[in-house]
Design a protein around this ligand. Sequence first.
Ligand code: CDP
Length: 808
Amino acid sequence: MKDEVTREDRVANLKGLGCSRKRVEDARFTQGKGNYVDDIKLDGMLFGDFVRSPYAHARIKSIDTAAALEVPGVLAVLTAADLEPLGLHWMPTLAGDKQMVLADGKVLFQGQEVAFVVAEDRYAAADGIEAVEVDYEELPVIVNPFEALKSDVVLREDLVAEDGSIPPGAHGPRKHHNHIFTWEAGDKGPTDEVIANAEVVAEESMYYHRTHPCPLETCGCVASMDKVNGKLTLWGTFQAPHAIRTIVSLISGIEEHNIRVISPDIGGGFGNKVGAYPGYVCSVVASIVTGKPVKWIEDRMDNLMTTAFARDYHMTGQISATKEGKITGLKCHVTADHGGFDACADPTKFPAGFMNICTGSYDIPTAYLEVDGVYTNKAPGGVSYRCSFRVTEAVYFIERMIEVLAIKLNMDAAELRRINFIRKEQFPYTAALGWEYDSGDYHTAWDKALKAVDYDGLRAEQAQRVEDFKAGKTRKLMGIGLSFFTEIVGAGPVKNCDILGLGMFDSCEIRIHPTGSAIARLGTISQGQGHATTFAQILASEIGLPADSITIEEGDTDTAPYGLGTYGSRSTPVAGAATAMAGRKIRAKAQMIAAYLLEVHDNDVEFDVDRFVVKGAPEKFKTMKEIAFAAYNQAIPGIEPGLEAVSYYDPPNMTYPFGAYICVMDIDVDTGVPEIRRFYALDDCGTRINPMIIEGQVHGGLTEALAVALGQEIAYDDMGNVKTGTLMDFFLPTAWEVPNYETDFTVTPSPHHPIGAKGVGESPHVGGVPCFSNAVQDAFRPFGNTHTNMPHDHWRIWRTANELGLHD
Ligand code: CDP
């Protein structure tokens, strides 16, 4: 039997940084004890639901609600006319545009909210919806942004001045009545010159199709107005509860201290639950009107057809290089389809998100990016579906351009990447489009990845497969998908990043209880990422109390400190840093208490795992548990009682996680079915808090990447009908399609983050999409393929094979 607790035991007991601690949330989720919005049931609660437009573009001649009001159980039907006197028929969007809450004169996309039926239950609401009569006059539909920019049809009549001129939008001048903004980064003149004089130039156009985050739980809320106390409580699927509170206050006029926003358990977000939806506004109004709590929960079709989409970027690029393959310049133009309203969820100054990270992981001296935002008759949105703002688009673009350049140079794409990577000694590295990358060691990661999969062996096998195919010995081709990505996560800093004027800092408040356990509250909100597990681990290492003794609480604006929420992998870089900083404030006070108790000077004690020890006399110490008790039971001269701290953290920079992914795929050219034989994913997210959770994040992100690359799509027909509005048509991968992922890592800490951690949740999606796509494209490269657009579903793969003459 051990008679002494070793230092290793004490470290292990904390379950701090680096420990694969089991998720503390799972005990309740696996027992069905989660508490989601739809689990909330309040006395007298009503249900609200929408009459939605069947047309993508139509004028509303009249709305007759009389029959609906006769339906048993229906209490009210709200239309824009009812909301107008309150100034609530339109609402501001996160992108500086405005959006109809309920159709005001016309509709701009299929599924748009036309009227809100409030009833005693969901069934009566559905009957009421059937009974509302709307007289529509169909208008010409535009679903193609290039046509929108040429068309005489004015989509946003509210944005044309009385004299017919086009006033500027939130991001400057507009070129056409269906144009939203032009956004530029980099130097156009020098880039044009470099490309004009280059030895080699490769060009490509690609469409990153429209898709949707499709979280397991759809969006919804419960609004409860307590008219006696004047207090509004709003439960909802909010990724940014504090921002929602501020928005609700600004648009409703209810004072912010009288609004309590609660995000309970959330069943996935992936960006879908960042913005504000008409359902929130209508539920609040309905609760105020009826004096009863009102619930609104989308069904799956509502969610897919009307809430925030992702991507829809038409990208054209030119990349120039020397004959030896050193890249000299990059140019990118994007036509961005934003749908009927510009409701993109981006920091205010970045209408195209962080698309200007499109120089990727490469040392490209000259670059220029131009993005044109365009209105069409599609649903609004434009969220960062499991990526930082538009980084998936940027990384897809550059990783395709690298492949296209490799084809032009007749060079191996892995080698082309290697000779152009930003070198380790160049960090911090300022890219041509403005970002300062904090740290990286790309060559080490790439070499490790190539070695792990025996890259040269794979290429030899692939060459043999091509021979066999040509000789008629096989009908399967082999593709090797390469991808090296750099993410940019952790928005702020406040000076660059705000949402509706709210700076993108984040926060943590810690209270240590007398018995040495603690509660920490954060401005973020987990949607499955395991914050209750990992943030306690950060604190355990900082303050020397076991993670098991620390409760993490998020999502209640009455108790949590103000923060900007969870999306774009910002929790670890920003709120994780706030947690460490608040922990350090606790430790600083604990040091003074320990010194007092040990009767030495403050500087004569030092922190050691879970205690303060007298320097040079390790047998003299006070544990953090003892110190916590002393904070409440001793009158210590010059020190206030209690042990609490709060930190509002404004990060000095973003963090730049990176990774190297390789996919080996076999493609049956006769069926178009891809089989993923191997997927290797190396991630570097700096200091790793919980390796098991990181692995789970990587598995999830890769699976969503597989979905997007190989079939997931929100498709429209020419009439603006959504063709993929159910899970029968919208591809969600199951265990059947998902391969075994091999995960690996390197550790390059962020130099500016208090514990060196970078975000990880979005990385596998960002790196995964081009990796899967490149594997498909690579299989067809020996037969003359340069680029085909995603999603690479079976039909499109078959068609590529057919167009290349492989079925002849
Ligand atoms: O903002 P979000 O939570 O979506 O993303 P994240 O900051 O990338 O974190 C996702 C999960 O991975 C959290 O539970 C983090 O604490 C954990 N993580 C980690 O264990 N180590 C890292 N270096 C980064 C994230």
